[in-house]
Design a protein. Structure first.
Length: 584
């Protein structure tokens, strides 16, 4: 009897069922073990990334969702000696964009261009010129920025900045200087005192959306530190007076340029420093660089006869002459080798006092040649010539004073009356503090001091007083500068008229100058005037520069309340109202 199908399948089915039951028991632990291992690995990795090595993820997240923005620091003010503002920072806005995020309709772009006073083409050019970032407008008024942002142009942003404003404009431009787009000093005191004035910018972190727009402040990372205020020695009233009178003189004599300096005798502080031509630091877009030069500190010239008092002082201090010593200047010429020195007018025998009063080149040359050249050089050097005046202004020059060992006799003779040496106007004004004091050279400065400043002794007090008397004779009838007189004050000073040097020879162009001080009885101010290349109304220092000295010194003394030391009718001019012409 054959077995049935059921009988055949029974044992086989039981065997297959047992195999099926065994397989899941082996697979499940493997699968669950693998899953558990993977899960543990994920946990370990998560802990590692989030708690141990989280810098990478944070930096990547921050790069996509946050930005660190600079917070500008308020720049310190520059003020005059009375606290009047010469430079201040005002809040402004700048418009910027990421070019690849900037989207606008033609109408929006045209409206933006109109607000910014430009053209759509120029805006597009700025965007096309930069792949990552572009400024569309810098340092504009907050109201203008608000109108631009009201257009709701996608990708257009604004930021807070500061813009420097100069209340004195062209009057104080050469002293204060100016800053650039990033509020950093570019010229003048702004440049020299950048670290003091600038402060330290801060920063803040913001959350940005997918359109790169700041939507939330996260944290102030670093608060900005404002710059410090800076007080200059300048007196804004005297600065305006000096500027006005200098400009009038340059215009009157159709001169190329001019400079004027007022120094305080007691402290060496520069109370005014004016130049012409000048510029407006608030509007510099089309200003020639030549107008930006502070000529009183960065340009040099041959001082001419304003140097004669130093030659006389050297001889007096050395005991070689006395004020009453007679010097024969006839016939008004003096030949040394192949060169001849000329006086404008032959005078004959003159005392040393009259050599200064009449400004005799021959007399000064003879006195100089009676001195060792080292003695003369030492006098010039100790008076500050050939060295930077160290006022704190960037770019000031030292002038030129050649070593004494290289002087030939003709050079020593001509240097006695200011040829063959170059100075800047501040150097010259500072040097005259030797005669305005009892022989001390004061340190010139553009920064406010706290009172009397000690000078460096250069001359014996009696020598300085003797030269001071000679310089007072220059401004009286018979001298070369009666027009330097000031109503109610005794004044002292010296004229200068020098041919301009060009290449290896002298031209028929002149530098006219006058340096003096007042009141002569107790000097308070030194005032130096230089007019470059006057072409109308004469070229002598007594005609061109001395009247400027008179106007500025008189006004300054009255503004400062300095007591008078002469009667109200002290001004006496020659009968014809003119001066004695000096050397050419």
């Amino acid at each position: 009897m054959k077995p049935t199908a059921h009988a055949l399948r029974g044992p086989a089915l039981r065997k297959d069922a047992a195999a099926v039951l065994v397989l899941p028991r082996l697979r499940a632990p493997v699968v669950f073990g693998a899953l558990a291992l993977l899960f543990v690995s994920l946990i370990v990795r998560s802990v590692y990334l989030q708690w141990i090595d989280n810098e990478f993820l944070q930096s990547q997240g921050s790069a996509r969702h946050s930005r660190d923005l600079e917070v500008p620091a308020h720049r310190g003010r520059i003020v005059d000696r009375s606290g009047e503002a010469l430079a201040v920072s005002t809040p402004v806005k700048s418009l910027w964009a990421f070019p690849d995020k900037f989207e606008s309709t033609p109408e929006q772009l045209a409206a933006l261009a109109k607000i910014l006073d430009t053209t759509p083409q120029r805006i597009k050019a700025r965007l096309d010129a930069n792949e990552d970032f572009a400024f569309l407008a810098r340092q504009i008024a907050p109201e203008t920025s608000a109108r631009a942002m009201a257009l709701s142009i996608h990708g257009l942003h604004d930021q807070n900045e500061y813009r420097r404003y100069y209340p004195g404009g062209e009057v104080t431009a050469h002293i204060v200087g100016f800053t650039g787009d990033h509020d950093a000093g570019q010229e003048g005191i702004e440049l020299a005192q950048q670290q003091w004035l600038a402060g330290v910018p801060g920063s803040r972190r913001v959350i940005i959306n997918r359109r790169s727009e700041a939507v939330e402040d996260v944290a102030a990372i670093r608060a900005p530190q404002a710059g410090r205020d800076l007080a200059l020695s300048i007196d804004a009233r005297l600065q305006y007076l000096a500027f006005r009178e200098l400009k009038a003189a340059v215009d009157k004599h159709k001169a190329k340029a001019g400079g004027l300096v007022i120094l305080d005798v007691a402290t060496g502080e520069i109370l005014a420093l004016a130049n012409w031509p000048t510029y407006n630091p608030n509007r510099r877009d089309k200003v020639a660089r030549d107008r930006m030069r502070n000529r009183a500190l960065t340009d040099v010239f041959e001082p001419g006869s304003t140097l004669k008092p130093f030659t006389i002082a050297a001889a007096l201090d050395a005991g070689r002459i006395r004020p009453e010593t007679v010097i024969q200047t006839a016939p008004g010429t003096m030949t040394i080798g192949s060169a001849t020195i000329h006086d404008a007018h032959a005078e004959g025998a003159l005392t040393v006092e009259q050599v200064i009063q009449k400004s005799s080149n021959v007399g000064a040359a003879k006195i100089a040649l009676g001195l060792p050249r080292e003695t003369m050089w030492q006098m010039f050097s100790e008076s500050g010539f050939g060295a930077s005046p160290q006022t704190g202004y960037p770019g000031e020059v030292a002038g030129r004073l050649r070593p004494a060992k290289s002087w030939r006799p003709i050079e020593q003779a001509t240097m006695a009356y200011g040829h063959g040496i170059s100075v800047n106007l501040v150097q010259l004004a500072r040097a005259y503090t030797i005669f305005a004091t009892d022989g001390e050279l004061k340190p010139a400065t553009l920064f406010l001091t706290d009172g009397h400043v000690a000078g460096r002794p250069v001359l014996k007090p009696q020598t300085a007083r003797a030269v001071r008397r000679m310089l007072e004779l220059v401004t009286q009838p018979g001298g070369t500068a009666p027009r330097a007189q000031v109503v109610g004050y005794r004044v002292a000073g010296k004229t200068g008229t020098a041919h301009k040097l060009e290449g290896r020879g002298y031209t028929n162009r002149y530098v006219s100058s006058f340096v003096g001080f007042a009141p002569a009885s107790h000097p308070r101010l030194v005032v130096a005037v230089m007019i470059d290349e006057p072409t109308a109304g004469g070229h002598y220092g007594g005609i061109v520069a001395a009247p400027v000295f008179s106007n500025v010194t008189g006004g300054a003394l009255r503004m400062l309340g300095v007591p008078t030391d002469a009667p109200i009718d002290n001004v006496v001019l020659p009968p014809d109202g003119g001066e004695i012409d000096e050397e050419t």
